[in-house]
Design a protein around this ligand. Structure first.
Ligand code: CP
Length: 335
Protein backbone atom coordinates (compact mmCIF):
# COMPACT_ATOMS: atom_id res chain seq x y z
CA UNK A 1 0.00 0.00 0.00
CA UNK A 2 1.52 3.36 -1.07
CA UNK A 3 -1.11 5.66 0.53
CA UNK A 4 -4.28 5.16 2.60
CA UNK A 5 -6.79 7.64 1.25
CA UNK A 6 -9.78 5.57 0.07
CA UNK A 7 -10.94 2.16 1.33
CA UNK A 8 -12.24 1.34 -2.16
CA UNK A 9 -8.70 1.62 -3.55
CA UNK A 10 -7.92 -1.62 -1.68
CA UNK A 11 -8.96 -5.08 -2.81
CA UNK A 12 -10.68 -7.55 -0.50
CA UNK A 13 -7.42 -9.36 0.31
CA UNK A 14 -5.69 -6.11 1.35
CA UNK A 15 -8.59 -5.18 3.65
CA UNK A 16 -8.54 -8.66 5.17
CA UNK A 17 -4.80 -8.32 5.85
CA UNK A 18 -5.33 -4.98 7.60
CA UNK A 19 -8.18 -6.37 9.71
CA UNK A 20 -6.10 -9.43 10.70
CA UNK A 21 -3.17 -7.19 11.57
CA UNK A 22 -5.46 -4.94 13.65
CA UNK A 23 -6.74 -7.99 15.53
CA UNK A 24 -3.18 -9.04 16.33
CA UNK A 25 -2.26 -5.52 17.41
CA UNK A 26 -5.27 -5.38 19.70
CA UNK A 27 -4.13 -8.62 21.38
CA UNK A 28 -0.47 -7.56 21.51
CA UNK A 29 -0.36 -3.73 21.36
CA UNK A 30 3.29 -2.93 22.03
CA UNK A 31 5.96 -3.32 19.31
CA UNK A 32 9.27 -1.72 18.45
CA UNK A 33 8.77 -2.20 14.70
CA UNK A 34 8.64 1.53 13.89
CA UNK A 35 11.52 2.64 16.12
CA UNK A 36 13.04 5.84 14.67
CA UNK A 37 10.08 6.43 12.34
CA UNK A 38 8.13 9.70 12.52
CA UNK A 39 4.48 10.40 11.75
CA UNK A 40 3.61 14.00 10.81
CA UNK A 41 -0.01 14.97 11.46
CA UNK A 42 -1.57 18.07 9.92
CA UNK A 43 -5.01 19.07 11.21
CA UNK A 44 -6.73 21.89 9.34
CA UNK A 45 -9.82 21.01 11.46
CA UNK A 46 -10.36 19.85 15.05
CA UNK A 47 -10.18 16.27 16.30
CA UNK A 48 -10.21 14.26 19.50
CA UNK A 49 -10.04 10.59 18.38
CA UNK A 50 -8.04 10.83 15.15
CA UNK A 51 -5.32 13.01 16.65
CA UNK A 52 -4.90 11.11 19.92
CA UNK A 53 -5.26 7.59 18.47
CA UNK A 54 -2.63 8.22 15.78
CA UNK A 55 -0.17 9.65 18.31
CA UNK A 56 -0.84 6.82 20.77
CA UNK A 57 -0.59 4.21 18.02
CA UNK A 58 2.72 5.51 16.71
CA UNK A 59 4.14 5.52 20.26
CA UNK A 60 2.94 1.95 20.87
CA UNK A 61 4.77 0.86 17.69
CA UNK A 62 8.06 2.40 18.88
CA UNK A 63 7.87 5.52 16.68
CA UNK A 64 7.05 9.15 17.36
CA UNK A 65 4.84 11.87 15.92
CA UNK A 66 4.34 15.62 15.65
CA UNK A 67 1.13 17.58 15.17
CA UNK A 68 0.57 20.82 13.28
CA UNK A 69 -2.65 22.85 13.28
CA UNK A 70 -2.00 25.40 10.50
CA UNK A 71 -2.63 28.94 11.67
CA UNK A 72 -2.47 27.96 15.36
CA UNK A 73 1.18 28.27 16.32
CA UNK A 74 2.33 27.43 12.78
CA UNK A 75 2.01 29.41 9.53
CA UNK A 76 -1.42 29.52 8.03
CA UNK A 77 -1.31 27.41 4.85
CA UNK A 78 -2.75 28.25 1.45
CA UNK A 79 -4.27 25.24 -0.31
CA UNK A 80 -5.58 26.81 -3.56
CA UNK A 81 -3.39 26.82 -6.64
CA UNK A 82 -2.63 29.94 -8.63
CA UNK A 83 -3.73 32.51 -6.05
CA UNK A 84 -2.00 35.76 -5.10
CA UNK A 85 -1.01 35.07 -1.51
CA UNK A 86 -1.63 38.54 -0.10
CA UNK A 87 -4.06 37.32 2.59
CA UNK A 88 -3.58 35.50 5.92
CA UNK A 89 -1.72 32.45 4.59
CA UNK A 90 2.06 32.80 4.75
CA UNK A 91 2.96 29.47 3.16
CA UNK A 92 1.56 27.18 0.46
CA UNK A 93 1.06 23.43 0.78
CA UNK A 94 3.18 23.11 -2.39
CA UNK A 95 6.19 23.87 -0.18
CA UNK A 96 4.86 22.84 3.24
CA UNK A 97 3.97 19.24 2.33
CA UNK A 98 7.32 18.38 0.67
CA UNK A 99 9.13 20.11 3.58
CA UNK A 100 7.22 18.05 6.17
CA UNK A 101 8.14 14.99 4.13
CA UNK A 102 11.81 15.77 4.93
CA UNK A 103 11.09 15.28 8.64
CA UNK A 104 8.41 12.59 8.63
CA UNK A 105 8.26 9.07 7.18
CA UNK A 106 4.49 9.19 6.79
CA UNK A 107 2.04 12.11 6.74
CA UNK A 108 -1.60 12.30 7.84
CA UNK A 109 -3.81 15.23 6.85
CA UNK A 110 -7.32 16.25 7.92
CA UNK A 111 -8.99 18.87 5.75
CA UNK A 112 -12.76 19.31 5.64
CA UNK A 113 -14.52 20.50 2.47
CA UNK A 114 -14.71 24.10 1.34
CA UNK A 115 -18.52 23.74 1.43
CA UNK A 116 -19.32 26.14 -1.43
CA UNK A 117 -19.76 23.86 -4.44
CA UNK A 118 -20.84 20.22 -4.16
CA UNK A 119 -19.31 19.36 -7.53
CA UNK A 120 -15.99 20.91 -6.47
CA UNK A 121 -15.92 19.09 -3.12
CA UNK A 122 -16.97 15.75 -4.65
CA UNK A 123 -13.84 15.90 -6.82
CA UNK A 124 -11.63 16.05 -3.67
CA UNK A 125 -9.28 18.72 -5.10
CA UNK A 126 -7.26 19.19 -1.91
CA UNK A 127 -6.67 15.47 -1.41
CA UNK A 128 -5.53 15.22 -5.03
CA UNK A 129 -3.21 18.18 -4.50
CA UNK A 130 -1.74 16.66 -1.32
CA UNK A 131 -1.08 13.41 -3.19
CA UNK A 132 0.70 15.37 -5.94
CA UNK A 133 2.97 17.20 -3.52
CA UNK A 134 3.82 14.52 -0.96
CA UNK A 135 6.99 12.52 -1.22
CA UNK A 136 5.90 10.25 1.63
CA UNK A 137 2.93 7.93 2.22
CA UNK A 138 -0.24 9.89 2.93
CA UNK A 139 -3.08 8.94 5.27
CA UNK A 140 -6.48 10.58 4.83
CA UNK A 141 -7.56 11.68 8.31
CA UNK A 142 -10.90 12.92 6.86
CA UNK A 143 -11.22 14.76 3.59
CA UNK A 144 -14.12 16.47 1.84
CA UNK A 145 -15.97 13.25 1.09
CA UNK A 146 -14.18 10.42 2.87
CA UNK A 147 -13.00 9.15 6.24
CA UNK A 148 -11.38 5.79 5.47
CA UNK A 149 -9.81 5.32 8.94
CA UNK A 150 -13.27 5.63 10.51
CA UNK A 151 -14.69 3.23 7.94
CA UNK A 152 -12.03 0.56 8.53
CA UNK A 153 -12.44 0.84 12.32
CA UNK A 154 -16.19 0.48 11.90
CA UNK A 155 -15.71 -2.59 9.67
CA UNK A 156 -13.72 -4.18 12.53
CA UNK A 157 -16.40 -3.21 15.07
CA UNK A 158 -19.05 -4.92 12.92
CA UNK A 159 -16.83 -8.04 12.69
CA UNK A 160 -16.16 -7.99 16.45
CA UNK A 161 -19.91 -7.75 17.14
CA UNK A 162 -20.68 -10.68 14.83
CA UNK A 163 -22.75 -8.65 12.37
CA UNK A 164 -22.81 -10.76 9.17
CA UNK A 165 -21.12 -9.40 6.06
CA UNK A 166 -23.48 -10.80 3.40
CA UNK A 167 -27.00 -10.61 4.76
CA UNK A 168 -26.06 -8.07 7.43
CA UNK A 169 -28.60 -5.24 7.45
CA UNK A 170 -27.36 -1.74 8.29
CA UNK A 171 -29.46 1.42 8.44
CA UNK A 172 -27.43 4.59 7.98
CA UNK A 173 -29.76 7.18 9.47
CA UNK A 174 -29.63 10.94 9.16
CA UNK A 175 -30.11 12.79 12.46
CA UNK A 176 -30.84 16.41 13.25
CA UNK A 177 -27.95 18.67 14.36
CA UNK A 178 -27.78 22.42 14.93
CA UNK A 179 -25.01 22.74 12.33
CA UNK A 180 -24.69 21.70 8.70
CA UNK A 181 -22.12 18.89 8.89
CA UNK A 182 -19.87 17.44 6.16
CA UNK A 183 -20.74 14.40 4.05
CA UNK A 184 -17.46 12.54 4.62
CA UNK A 185 -18.56 10.13 7.36
CA UNK A 186 -21.90 9.06 5.85
CA UNK A 187 -20.20 8.61 2.46
CA UNK A 188 -17.41 6.54 4.03
CA UNK A 189 -19.75 4.39 6.14
CA UNK A 190 -22.03 3.74 3.17
CA UNK A 191 -19.05 2.71 1.08
CA UNK A 192 -17.75 0.45 3.85
CA UNK A 193 -21.13 -1.29 4.30
CA UNK A 194 -21.38 -1.80 0.54
CA UNK A 195 -17.84 -3.21 0.30
CA UNK A 196 -18.58 -5.49 3.25
CA UNK A 197 -21.45 -6.99 1.20
CA UNK A 198 -24.17 -5.73 3.54
CA UNK A 199 -27.68 -4.59 2.70
CA UNK A 200 -27.48 -0.88 3.52
CA UNK A 201 -30.47 1.44 3.73
CA UNK A 202 -29.92 5.19 3.88
CA UNK A 203 -32.77 6.56 6.02
CA UNK A 204 -33.21 10.31 5.58
CA UNK A 205 -35.86 12.99 5.18
CA UNK A 206 -36.61 14.45 1.77
CA UNK A 207 -33.80 16.79 0.73
CA UNK A 208 -31.07 14.90 2.62
CA UNK A 209 -30.39 12.11 0.11
CA UNK A 210 -26.64 11.60 -0.33
CA UNK A 211 -25.22 12.94 -3.63
CA UNK A 212 -25.90 10.77 -6.68
CA UNK A 213 -22.20 9.95 -7.35
CA UNK A 214 -21.84 8.73 -3.73
CA UNK A 215 -24.92 6.51 -4.03
CA UNK A 216 -23.91 5.21 -7.48
CA UNK A 217 -20.43 4.26 -6.33
CA UNK A 218 -21.83 2.51 -3.25
CA UNK A 219 -24.34 0.58 -5.39
CA UNK A 220 -21.54 -0.60 -7.69
CA UNK A 221 -19.39 -1.69 -4.73
CA UNK A 222 -22.35 -3.47 -3.12
CA UNK A 223 -23.13 -5.29 -6.36
CA UNK A 224 -19.54 -6.53 -6.50
CA UNK A 225 -19.63 -7.76 -2.90
CA UNK A 226 -23.09 -9.38 -2.87
CA UNK A 227 -24.87 -6.59 -1.00
CA UNK A 228 -27.31 -3.81 -1.85
CA UNK A 229 -27.96 -0.10 -1.25
CA UNK A 230 -31.38 1.47 -0.82
CA UNK A 231 -32.70 4.81 0.45
CA UNK A 232 -35.98 5.75 2.07
CA UNK A 233 -37.69 8.09 4.53
CA UNK A 234 -39.78 5.21 5.96
CA UNK A 235 -38.20 4.61 9.38
CA UNK A 236 -40.25 1.54 10.36
CA UNK A 237 -39.65 -0.15 7.04
CA UNK A 238 -35.94 0.65 6.99
CA UNK A 239 -35.34 -0.75 10.46
CA UNK A 240 -37.31 -4.00 9.93
CA UNK A 241 -34.89 -6.80 10.87
CA UNK A 242 -31.88 -4.45 11.01
CA UNK A 243 -28.65 -5.56 12.71
CA UNK A 244 -27.23 -2.02 12.95
CA UNK A 245 -28.49 1.54 13.20
CA UNK A 246 -25.61 3.88 12.33
CA UNK A 247 -26.63 7.49 13.04
CA UNK A 248 -24.98 10.60 11.60
CA UNK A 249 -26.05 14.09 10.72
CA UNK A 250 -25.08 15.60 7.39
CA UNK A 251 -25.95 18.71 5.45
CA UNK A 252 -28.52 18.76 2.68
CA UNK A 253 -26.82 18.31 -0.71
CA UNK A 254 -29.84 20.12 -2.20
CA UNK A 255 -28.78 23.36 -0.46
CA UNK A 256 -25.00 22.85 -0.59
CA UNK A 257 -23.31 26.23 -0.34
CA UNK A 258 -26.60 27.91 0.68
CA UNK A 259 -26.49 28.04 4.52
CA UNK A 260 -29.84 29.83 4.89
CA UNK A 261 -31.74 27.44 2.63
CA UNK A 262 -30.07 24.45 4.27
CA UNK A 263 -30.83 25.69 7.76
CA UNK A 264 -34.50 26.32 6.92
CA UNK A 265 -34.92 22.80 5.54
CA UNK A 266 -33.06 21.19 8.46
CA UNK A 267 -35.19 23.04 11.02
CA UNK A 268 -38.20 20.93 9.95
CA UNK A 269 -36.63 17.70 11.18
CA UNK A 270 -35.71 18.28 14.83
CA UNK A 271 -37.50 15.09 15.84
CA UNK A 272 -34.86 13.03 14.01
CA UNK A 273 -33.12 12.15 17.30
CA UNK A 274 -32.54 8.39 17.75
CA UNK A 275 -34.68 6.94 20.55
CA UNK A 276 -34.95 3.40 21.90
CA UNK A 277 -38.41 3.19 20.28
CA UNK A 278 -36.75 3.44 16.84
CA UNK A 279 -35.38 -0.10 17.38
CA UNK A 280 -38.83 -1.75 17.75
CA UNK A 281 -38.85 -3.23 14.21
CA UNK A 282 -35.13 -4.13 14.35
CA UNK A 283 -33.56 -7.34 15.64
CA UNK A 284 -33.66 -7.55 19.42
CA UNK A 285 -29.83 -7.52 19.48
CA UNK A 286 -29.50 -4.62 17.02
CA UNK A 287 -26.59 -2.30 17.81
CA UNK A 288 -26.21 1.48 17.70
CA UNK A 289 -23.15 3.05 16.07
CA UNK A 290 -21.90 6.63 15.69
CA UNK A 291 -18.42 7.90 14.79
CA UNK A 292 -18.37 10.53 17.59
CA UNK A 293 -18.34 13.30 18.59
CA UNK A 294 -22.08 13.12 19.22
CA UNK A 295 -24.52 15.59 20.78
CA UNK A 296 -26.57 13.84 23.48
CA UNK A 297 -30.35 14.19 23.21
CA UNK A 298 -29.91 16.01 19.91
CA UNK A 299 -28.59 13.25 17.62
CA UNK A 300 -29.31 10.34 20.00
CA UNK A 301 -31.07 9.99 23.34
CA UNK A 302 -29.17 9.14 26.51
CA UNK A 303 -31.19 5.91 26.81
CA UNK A 304 -29.58 4.58 23.61
CA UNK A 305 -26.09 5.97 24.10
CA UNK A 306 -25.92 4.65 27.68
CA UNK A 307 -27.73 1.40 26.89
CA UNK A 308 -26.51 -2.05 25.83
CA UNK A 309 -26.91 -1.39 22.10
CA UNK A 310 -24.26 1.32 21.98
CA UNK A 311 -20.91 0.46 20.35
CA UNK A 312 -19.54 4.00 20.18
CA UNK A 313 -16.61 3.43 22.56
CA UNK A 314 -15.50 0.13 20.93
CA UNK A 315 -15.71 1.97 17.58
CA UNK A 316 -13.31 4.61 18.89
CA UNK A 317 -11.04 1.90 20.34
CA UNK A 318 -10.87 0.17 16.98
CA UNK A 319 -9.61 3.37 15.38
CA UNK A 320 -6.37 2.79 17.31
CA UNK A 321 -5.98 -0.85 16.24
CA UNK A 322 -6.73 -0.40 12.54
CA UNK A 323 -4.61 2.75 12.23
CA UNK A 324 -1.62 0.91 13.71
CA UNK A 325 -2.17 -1.79 11.07
CA UNK A 326 -2.25 0.94 8.38
CA UNK A 327 0.99 2.52 9.67
CA UNK A 328 2.78 -0.85 9.72
CA UNK A 329 1.66 -1.59 6.19
CA UNK A 330 2.64 1.85 4.84
CA UNK A 331 6.03 1.81 6.52
CA UNK A 332 6.79 -1.77 5.58
CA UNK A 333 7.03 -3.00 9.15
CA UNK A 334 6.49 -6.72 9.58
CA UNK A 335 3.74 -7.77 11.95
N1 CP B 1 -14.64 10.13 14.54
C1 CP B 1 -13.63 11.00 14.47
O1 CP B 1 -12.92 11.10 13.47
O2 CP B 1 -13.41 11.70 15.61
P1 CP B 1 -12.54 13.04 15.71
O3 CP B 1 -13.20 14.07 14.84
O4 CP B 1 -12.56 13.40 17.16
O5 CP B 1 -11.15 12.73 15.23
Amino acid sequence: MRHFTDLAALDAAAIERLLESAQELEAEPLRETLRGKVLGLVFFNPSLRTLSSFQAGMAQLGGSSFVLAPGQGTWKLEVRDGVVMDGDAAEHIREAIPVLGQYADVLGVRAFPEGKSLEHDLSEPLLASLLRHTCKPLVNLESAMDHPCQALGDWKTLDDTGVPRRGGRMVLSWAWHPKALPLAVPAAVLKMGAMRGMDVTVLRPDGFGLPAPVMERARALAAGAGGSVQETEDREGALEGAHVLYAKSWQSPRYYGDPNGESALRSEFREWCVQESWFRPARSDAIFMHCLPVRRNVVVADEVLDGPRSRVVPQAANRLHVQKAILLDLLGGSR
